[in-house]
Design a protein around this ligand. Sequence first.
Ligand code: NAD
Ligand code: APR
Length: 230
Amino acid sequence: MQNIVILTGAGISAESGLKTFRAEDGLWENHPVEEVATPEGFARDPDLVQRFYDERRMRVLAAQPNPAHEALGRLERELGDRLLIVTQNIDDLHERGGAGRVLHMHGEVLSAWCQRCDARHRWERSLRDGPSCPSCEMVSLRPDIVWFGEMPYQMGRIFGALEQADLFVSIGTSGAVYPAAAFVQHARDARARTLELNLERSAGSALFDETRLGPASKLVPQFVQDMLAA
Ligand code: NAD
Ligand code: APR
């Protein structure tokens, strides 16, 4: 049985109605990255950043998983710990689509992180009104999101899985941001087969053995059906 690592990006949640980052009306078009997705931006104007993530938190709660998330949930149930799903997304649609062991390398918008006691809490409401941390009572909660310039989560575990991978699949990511954009090269170095499922060619397409173009809600269920039939 193969070891599979799957990386997902904003494109897998696009058909659930969540904006991607670099489309013409994408998230970064309306908000300079430096203002809402960097520690400096948060220090400069915490209320603007809290409002940006409050809006994304509400949209995530209102969204539903699509057939791509549900197909990966089926694949994980079938493969167990032979499959590692790593996502750059901060939504919980993989989990609501049935996947139970997803690694969120950029954090999660439904989690709040206390800057004083380092506790993390499931968080579904606004952080704007300065709620206190349930653990230490201090008013020091920020979105549990990895911003530009910060270290993504669990990189050791991800690179370890890539070294053991027989197959690496990238779904719905533009390959614009590191270190996620370098995963395909790590997989190639480990002699894994590499497959990209995306709406259009990405910055890394040339590095994949195969690129299939189309919407994730069509390509991913077909991919999973083929894997489970093999
Ligand atoms: P990076 O490689 O993630 O991005 C390169 C640089 O591009 C960043 O410094 C960013 O500020 C700049 N940039 C400017 N406009 C941009 C745009 N429209 N889209 C993307 N980038 C834009 O930079 P980094 O500082 O090395 O990031 C470190 C880590 O932060 C990355 O590895 C990534 O995992 C994480 N990250 C998280 C988020 C998020 O919203 N959760 C966003 C970006 C990066
Ligand atoms: N099906 C498949 N792919 C899609 C779909 C879809 N329905 N819709 C869009 N895509 C593809 C786009 O073609 C694009 O290549 O998804 C990709 C989305 O790219 P980005 O908007 O750059 O999002 P992502 O790759 O996840 O960004 C990576 O950058 O700014 C940071 O932290 C942020 O996690 C994000 C990271």
